[in-house]
Each structure stands twice: as C-alpha cells, then as structure tokens.
Design a protein around this ligand. Structure first.
Ligand SMILES: NC(=O)c1ccc[n+]([C@@H]2O[C@H](COP(=O)([O-])OP(=O)(O)OC[C@H]3O[C@@H](n4cnc5c(N)ncnc54)[C@H](OP(=O)(O)O)[C@@H]3O)[C@@H](O)[C@H]2O)c1
Length: 254
C-alpha cells in the first residue's frame, strides 16, 4: 500500500493526452484506466508526453469481463500494454466478477501475467466479500487492491471491513459521486468553514476509509483542486456530519 499514491487520476471519459500529461506534471503519480474506457492509448500518449518519467508513475488498468476467461487474460493484457505503450502495468484489475470471470481460471491466469512481468500486482474491482473469499482461495500472488464505488452516498461497509481484515488496499472510485456532491448542503457547509472546495471535502472524507481515491477531472483546475485534498484533514466532527448524510445513491449499480 506504501506504493499507492492516495489521490489518483480517474481517466474514464478523458480523451485528450494533453489532459493526462498536464495532470502528471501537476503532481499525479497514480493513473487509473480500463480497457472498457477505450482510452488506454490516450493515457499512454499522455504518459509519453509528460515530463515526469514513467518509472515515477503507478499505472493501473482493468480487464473487462469478456477478457476474464483463463485463455483470454494474457492476450488481453498484452493488447492493453500495446495500447498504453508500456512494457508492464503497476496494477492489473479484473474489472467485475461477472461475464467470463471464473475464479478457478481467471486468477491463476492473472498470476501467470505477474510471473511473466506484464503486471506488477493483481487487483480486483467491484468484488464483494464472498467474491474476495474465492480470490483468497485461487490467487497465488497477494491481492493488492479492491476498487469499489465509494463516496458520501455509497459506502459498502462489509467490503471495507474485508480490506482492513485481510490487509489489501481499498481504492475508491467516483469519489465525487460522478458530480452529485456539488449540490450537497452538508459538504458545502464543511467546505466553506474550512476554506476548501466541495471536491476536496468529498475526497478527504473518502480517504478516511480508502487507501486511495481516483477522482476524474479533465481540466487542470479541477485536477489541482482534487490533488489538494491529500492535505485536508477533516475533524472527527466534520467526518461525523458527512457520515450522517442519509441519501443513498449507487452511481454504477451492477
Ligand atoms: N472500477 C469501476 O467499475 C469504475 C466505475 C466507475 C468509475 N471508475 C473510475 O473512477 C473514476 C472517477 O469516477 P467518475 O468518473 O464516475 O466520477 P467522479 O470522479 O466522482 O466525478 C467526476 C466529475 O466531477 C467533475 N469534477 C472533478 N473534479 C472537480 C472539481 N474539483 N470541481 C468541480 N468538478 C469536478 C468532473 O468534471 P471535469 O471532468 O470537467 O473536470 C466530472 O464531471 C473514473 O474516471 C474511473 O477511473 C471505476
């Protein structure tokens, strides 16, 4: 977990390599993409254009559910690396436990791509505690991370507990609830009291439970704003006020 920069850049929907390069040169060291976002080439071109060396970056991608059959994992990983223009990724996720996902085949195949040096670590995404139990049975490498939806309107308490109990990283996605947080009165009040932005308050709240979060931002102004959340420590009272928000809204249901 020490290797995982806490505020990463979610890139879903980013189609301009210069936006990725600008984020890297503004300080982002953790980039999150996926084959299903159809922008691995954009992210790769951004890495290429940035002044920061690739070795300083933590690059994660995800295999979509059609590529999780045992025999598809290696060719799909190679194709993702080709699009990214990289020899290896720092983290390779299984995107969701469905479609062709089969723990007895997918996980040994992910072990093999790690053994062959195509990925440094294995992660999963949208896995619930039952799925995670099967990961522990069939994955040889230590599980590095589970990436789950995580924001003030959606907390999967059991899944968070599983990460703490079994000591792998929790990566929170959609920390701004895909933009919904900007209408929130509680977050707005905390932000105004602290002289911070609503995005910073939401991201800082997420970082209380998650080891990393990956807000998506296209503009440099938003990217810088979100990066600043790493320096915002919310008080116990502020965290409790946000915890008490009653609204529930899963942005990406199964
Ligand atoms: N594993 C999975 O199944 C899964 C599913 C969904 C998402 N994800 C990952 O999570 C990342 C983030 O999730 P998300 O894209 O759903 O949404 P999000 O990060 O919760 O919110 C992004 C929205 O907030 C805006 N925004 C960002 N920073 C802002 C700021 N400081 N001030 C005002 N507006 C701001 C963005 O606008 P601009 O773009 O205009 O800046 C965009 O409209 C994705 O990019 C992807 O990498 C993973």
């Amino acid at each position: 977990m020490d290797d995982l920069p806490p505020v990463g850049l979610g890139t879903m929907g980013i189609d301009d390599p210069d936006a990725v390069a600008a984020a890297i040169d503004a300080g982002y060291r953790h980039l999150d993409t996926a084959s299903i976002y159809e922008n691995e080439a954009v992210v790769g071109a951004g890495i290429e254009r940035a002044e920061t060396p690739r070795e300083e970056l933590f690059v994660a991608t995800k295999l979509w559910v059609d590529d999780l059959a045992g025999e598809r994992v290696r060719p799909a990983t190679e194709a993702a690396l080709e699009r990214l223009g990289l020899d290896a990724v720092d983290l390779l996720y299984a995107h969701r436990p469905r479609g062709d996902y089969d723990p007895t085949e997918t996980l040994p195949a992910m072990d093999a791509v790690v053994d062959d040096g195509l990925a440094a670590r294995v992660g999963v995404s949208n896995f619930l505690p039952g799925d995670l139990e099967l990961v522990r049975q069939h994955l040889d490498a230590p599980l590095f991370a589970n990436q789950i939806e995580h924001h003030p309107y959606w907390v999967e308490a059991e899944t968070v507990r599983d990460a703490r109990e079994h000591d792998y990283a929790l990566v929170g996605y959609s920390p701004l609830a895909n933009g919904d947080v900007f209408d929130d009165e509680v977050l707005a009040a905390v932000a105004s009291e602290r002289g911070a932005s609503v995005a910073q308050v939401a991201v800082a709240w997420c970082l209380e439970r998650a080891d990393a979060v990956i807000p998506k931002a296209s503009s440099l102004a938003h990217q810088r704003d979100n990066l600043g959340a790493a320096d915002l420590e919310l008080t116990a009272d502020e965290l409790a006020r946000i915890d008490a928000i009653e609204r529930e809204n899963e942005v990406f249901p199964e």
